[in-house]
Design a binder for this molecule. Structure first.
Ligand SMILES: [Fe+2]
Ligand SMILES: [Fe+2]
Length: 375
């Protein structure tokens, strides 16, 4: 067995490559050891002998987490059948296929009939939920890492509860994919590289920024969007239960990093702004369902140029930033260094979300039993 050295050739991509289709397609996703993937964690483990409660906001979150745990096995009716064709047909009637078919006249998609569009919807649902599953495992590992690396006692206690939350999320998505959709897609290479970068980084606050703010911020918006639109009752319930935990997780990140970033120099903040931007572009432009196009018998190279410029797809992608942007604002990341991140978010067309609720303030609104606002 070998330990993959991700520092050699898989560091965060340079900005000049971010929109390069050839660069997107050049990455392969083959692990030497089959189902195992090795990543080097460069962060030191920190003990603390200070057991005083220093951060009451985190202790409040910790108490919420202890009493908010649901059971993936017993809190759902797993006997109910899922009519995947029926639910995708109904969902597509509400949202369309997530892209504008008229833009693909010069591609093989132009010949698609109802059957192909339905298959595309089914594969797309499976792919999306599969990436949720793999992202949940990323969160499981990142929060175990935070428990080890954060120097604050209150944060170690809280992050330990998040490890258990993420275990239940991995469990519930794996069970749904396995029992109701017939198995999962592998992890998308660009999602995997983002997770690798977060694990690789030796600075403990970067785990929070990468996972709690960027990946979980995007997940909270994506779960909310799917929860609002899907007609499938079991999936709707799963997403609702997971969101009640995820809002707490994002709040954990915002509350913790607010304190850390208030004390950082401009140059240290600049590194965090660049990390947030590169993660944003990667999540916006690189998760293009390449694997779905291949399963539909098409060459991603022929479709991606059209997909990248499709305004319907871009609109859906922009909505995924509804939580990330207000949370970056709450952290002070938008405007430090001559508004560097604000300008990047303006270019991406997502700055409009800056006035939306940030998750440090609205996580209680996601508790089970409350009606949630979604994107
Ligand atoms: Fe999760
Ligand atoms: Fe989470």
């Amino acid at each position: 067995m070998s330990v993959t050295d991700n520092t050699k050739n898989e560091k965060l991509i340079g900005r000049q490559d971010l929109d390069d289709i050839e660069a997107i397609l050049a990455m392969s996703n083959h692990d030497e050891d089959g189902s195992l993937h090795y990543v080097t964690d460069n962060a030191p483990t920190i003990f603390t002998w200070d057991y005083e409660t220093r951060r009451p906001q985190l202790r409040k979150l910790y108490e919420k987490a202890k009493t908010g745990q649901w059971n993936a096995e017993t809190d759902f009716d797993w006997k109910q059948s899922v009519d995947i064709e029926g639910t995708i047909t109904a969902d597509q009637a509400i949202t369309g296929a997530g892209l504008d078919p008229s833009r693909y006249a010069d591609t093989p998609i132009a010949k698609w009939g109802d059957k192909e569009w339905l298959n595309f919807g089914i594969e797309g649902r499976n792919w999306t939920l599969s990436q949720f599953l793999h992202g949940e495992q990323g969160a499981l590992i990142c929060t175990a890492k935070i428990t080890q690396t954060v120097p604050w006692h209150d944060a170690k206690l809280y992050s330990a509860t998040q490890v258990m939350d993420e275990a239940r999320h991995v469990e519930v998505f794996a069970k749904y994919l396995n029992e109701k959709l017939g198995g999962e897609y592998p992890i998308n290479i660009h999602l995997r590289m983002l997770l690798d970068d977060i694990i690789n980084d030796g600075r403990w606050d970067m785990t929070y920024l990468g996972m709690q703010i960027m990946v979980e911020g995007l997940a909270l918006a994506a779960f909310g969007f799917m929860h609002q639109l899907t007609t499938e009752p079991l999936l709707k319930q799963i997403l609702r239960m997971v969101m009640s935990d995820e809002a707490r997780h994002v709040a954990f990140g915002v509350i913790s990093l607010q304190e850390v970033y208030a004390q950082m120099s401009d140059s240290e903040i600049k590194e965090r702004q660049e990390f947030a931007y590169e993660a944003s572009v990667r999540m916006r432009d690189r998760f293009l369902q390449q694997e779905v196009w291949e399963r539909m018998g098409l060459k991603p190279r022929e479709i991606l140029p059209f997909l990248m410029g499709d305004p319907t797809r871009i609109m859906f992608q922009q909505m995924l930033f509804a939580k990330i942007v207000p949370n970056c604002k709450k952290l002070g990341l938008l405007d430090r260094n001559d508004k560097w991140l604000r300008h990047r978010f303006e270019e991406m067309g997502v700055i409009k979300f800056e006035t939306w609720e940030n998750t440090a303030d609205d996580y209680l609104a996601f508790e089970i039993g409350k009606e949630i606002k979604t994107v």
